[in-house]
Design a protein around this ligand. Structure first.
Ligand code: ZN
Ligand code: ZN
Length: 178
């Protein structure tokens, strides 16, 4: 994998890379590590709380987060697996929160997701990562994990938000073609 991290930029909908299912990567690969470090920088420059590799044009199973008060640490999740159950092992209740996306500027939508999530992944040292959260942080993981599956918030929003955001979505489509 030959990638120049300095050349990476955040791509916008409807870039087709955002629709691909991402592939597992090797955290020991120096280019994967360099990309992850650059993604952390790009996330901060854009004032985001998370950024997934497809959002910088790479269909890799990797995302970075720094979820502010909920988890104010730069984290890298390589090849993550999510489990959406409550701490008691029950199916998690759903809740609605408004979300935005760095690849969908100007678009905000209420998205219904499980309140709880647990994540397992490896970090850039190749060490296992295992965390559980609820609320905002659990939502950040789910949003970023969706990117690895080619899923965007516009797929998860209801008819009302679809109407409200129709013009912004169309504008993004037009400016991509241009
Ligand atoms: Zn920051
Ligand atoms: Zn996003």
């Amino acid at each position: 994998m030959d990638v120049d991290p300095a050349s990476l930029r955040i791509v916008r909908y409807p870039d087709p890379v955002l629709r691909r299912r991402a592939e597992a990567v090797d955290p020991a690969d120096e280019s994967v590590r360099a990309v992850a470090r650059r993604m952390v920088e790009l996330m901060h420059e854009a004032d985001g709380v998370g950024l997934a590799a497809p959002q910088v044009g790479l269909p890799w199973r990797l995302f970075v987060t720094n979820a502010g008060e909920a988890d104010p640490i730069d984290r890298v999740f390589v090849n993550p697996v999510l489990t959406l159950t409550s701490p008691a092992g029950e199916p998690s209740p759903l809740e609605i929160m408004e979300e935005g996306c760095l690849s969908l500027p100007g678009i905000h939508a209420d998205v219904r997701r499980p309140r709880h999530a647990a994540i397992e992944a490896v970090d850039l040292e190749g060490d296992p990562v295992s965390m559980a959260a609820e609320g905002f942080l659990a939502r950040v993981w789910q949003h970023e994990f969706d990117h690895l599956e080619g899923v965007l918030i516009i797929d998860r929003m209801g008819p009302k938000d679809r109407m409200v955001n129709r013009r912004s979505i169309k504008d993004l489509e037009l400016s991509f073609e241009a």
